[in-house]
Design a protein around this ligand. Structure first.
Ligand SMILES: [Zn+2]
Length: 103
């Protein structure tokens, strides 16, 4: 429909690592949000949860089509402790399925 409040380049948005979303300040005081997952799905509409405004995010889908493994633990891999590592892996899988359910 083209009824966007604004068009914002992804470079101008802020990355919230904790929530896994890009966000941009909304005039209502809240902020527009779009998840990295949405970007990977070629969604370019960020919405503000507090009001009905939406913005169009300008980005290159190629940058997001393949979600990299966010394996920050890799740097501190403790060798010889495979037992607890298996537990951690199952934990991560649980979180992954939880995240993908919130579609
Ligand atoms: Zn708003």
């Amino acid at each position: 429909m083209g009824a966007y409040y604004d068009e914002i380049e992804i470079e101008d948005m802020a990355w919230d690592e904790a929530k896994g979303v890009y966000h941009y300040p909304c005039p209502c005081g809240d902020r527009f949000e779009i998840t990295r997952r949405q970007l990977a799905d070629c969604e370019d509409i960020a919405t503000c949860p507090s009001c009905s405004l939406i913005i169009r995010v300008i980005f290159d889908p190629l940058d997001f089509e393949d979600e990299p493994d966010e394996d920050e633990d890799e740097s501190q891999s403790d060798e010889g402790d495979s037992g607890s590592d298996e537990n951690r892996f199952e934990d991560a899988m649980e979180k992954l399925s939880l995240t993908s359910e919130g579609d």
